[in-house]
Design a protein around this ligand. Structure first.
Ligand code: HEC
Ligand code: HEC
Length: 391
């Protein structure tokens, strides 16, 4: 057990057991004294169990990542995952056969493209930063403004977005899939109960099932599960600095975010207000400049930051949060400490799960790449991926 960890637990120890008061002895002495005060062996065993679970009570704000982010509506099966992985990497879901999901959400780059805003069909640039696809399926909703209810709904957006994959229609995507014999059998295996296994919805379900396995467990998860050695002293001190500052009021849950909407500039106005976030979805005045609180998992790997990708450094992002969301001054040491914790949220990517699969071959009837512009190039680019037609 590390010193800071013991200290973090010590306060709880005192209040829970009420055995030691006004005592400033080192925590280990306190534990020994407490143990000596109990008589029977069973009491000792019970006490040890209590001591083991005594940690900063604010840790209850978080919980370890699931191994798969399950969905009732789209049960995850191996056949769907294998199909979804191919679709995720397949540029033939784009008009010019040059853009796939992996173009903007690179799976070997923590699910992002590293650009302020993404580049899609014919190098057109969108208005928002591409969030990571890792751990996204567990969020309360998808997109910075939450306009898609779940990951399956989200997956219906990009293929038809004129500045992303630029396909003409759902029917055009279905025609492409039907023209590739390998997909005909893969869809039949993944959706055995469907009369017409190839459909736009099933494409989204297969991609969704694949994304539901994109989890990145980290040392923080082991720590939450009870392994005290999983975080070092600096990381634990950073976790406490994160909680003391109040970051956990918004960035909480298994994803350290992704659970609620909050106003960007809650305490001090955020100057870049061109994007009104959730207001543009709901039309409710009170939603102006509200965004989904992003997950901070892998945050050290997913710069640049914020919905417009306007901030390149994590240090600057943390300072802006303290200033605009909490209205507190933060010392340099605190920022560095918080970043030590944020670094510990960088998780492990399973290389086998994301390995680029072999894509099924095209046939003579597969549409050819089409480089003609979908939008009038002089028009203002649409800001973002549209929500799926159903939302
Ligand atoms: C041209 C770049 C581009 C392509 C191609 C693209 N995306 Fe995105 N993606 C984005 C951007 C930008 C956003 C954020 C848009 C917003 O919030 O309005 C986004 C948002 C998302 C989100 C929401 C994550 C969250 O935290 O809310 C998911 C999931 C996602 N994309 C998955 C996909 C999948 C699956 C595909 C392929 C079918 C895909 N994307 C294709 C750029 C792209
Ligand atoms: C009142 C709620 C709230 C609090 C408190 C808060 N945040 Fe945030 N945070 C948000 C929202 C909302 C966003 C998304 C902003 C946007 O739209 O760009 C965000 C974005 C971020 C980002 C950028 C994420 C990304 O993917 O680009 C980081 C990093 C971050 N917060 C860290 C922190 C830290 C560290 C603290 C404590 C000092 C903190 N936040 C406190 C609501 C909050």
């Amino acid at each position: 057990m590390t010193i800071s960890n013991v200290l973090a637990r010590f306060a709880v120890f005192v209040s829970v057991l009420g055995l030691i008061s006004g005592c400033s002895k080192p925590a280990d002495d306190a534990q020994e004294k407490a143990a000596a005060d109990v008589e029977s062996t069973s009491d000792v065993v019970e006490l040890e169990a209590v001591v083991e679970t005594m940690r900063d009570p604010r840790l209850a704000l978080f919980s370890p990542l699931p191994t798969v982010m399950e969905s009732k509506g789209n049960p995850v099966t191996l056949a769907k995952v294998n199909l979804g992985r191919k679709l995720y990497y397949d540029p033939r879901l784009s008009k010019n056969h040059d853009v796939s999901c992996n173009t903007c959400h690179l799976l070997d780059k923590f699910g992002v493209d590293g650009l302020p805003t993404s580049v899609g069909h014919l190098d057109q640039v969108g208005g928002r930063n591409a969030p990571t696809v890792y751990n996204a399926a567990g969020h309360t909703a998808q997109f910075w403004d939450g306009r898609a209810a779940d990951i399956e709904d989200q997956a219906k957006g990009p293929p038809l977005n004129p500045i992303e994959m630029a396909m003409a229609s759902e029917a055009a995507v279905e025609a492409t899939l039907n023209s590739i014999p390998g997909y005909v059998s893969l869809f039949a295996a993944a959706f055995p109960d469907d009369e017409e296994p190839i459909s736009y919805d099933n494409m989204a379900k297969a991609i969704g099932a694949f994304e539901r396995g994109l989890v990145t467990p980290s040392g923080f998860d082991d720590y939450l599960a009870g392994d005290d050695s999983a975080l070092n002293e600096l990381e634990i001190a950073g976790l406490i600095a994160f909680l003391d500052a109040g970051c956990g009021t918004c960035h909480a849950g298994p994803y350290v975010g992704g659970a609620i909407y909050q106003k960007l500039g809650l305490v001090k106005p955020w100057e870049r207000d061109a994007d009104q976030g959730r207001f543009d979805v709901t039309g409710v005045e009170a939603d102006r400049q509200f965004f989904k609180v992003p997950s901070l998992r892998n945050i050290a790997q997913t710069a640049p930051y914020f919905h417009d990708g306007s901030v390149a450094s994590l240090n600057e992002a943390v300072r802006l949060m303290a200033d605009h969301q909490l209205g507190i001054p933060v010392a340099n040491e605190q920022v560095i400490s918080i970043i030590a914790f944020l670094n510990a949220l960088t998780g492990n990517i399973d290389p086998a799960y994301i390995a680029m699969p072999e894509l099924p071959e095209s046939s003579d009837s597969t549409p050819l790449p089409d480089p003609t512009p979908t939008l009038d190039p002089s028009a203002t680019p649409a800001a973002v991926e549209p929500a799926a037609a159903s939302t």
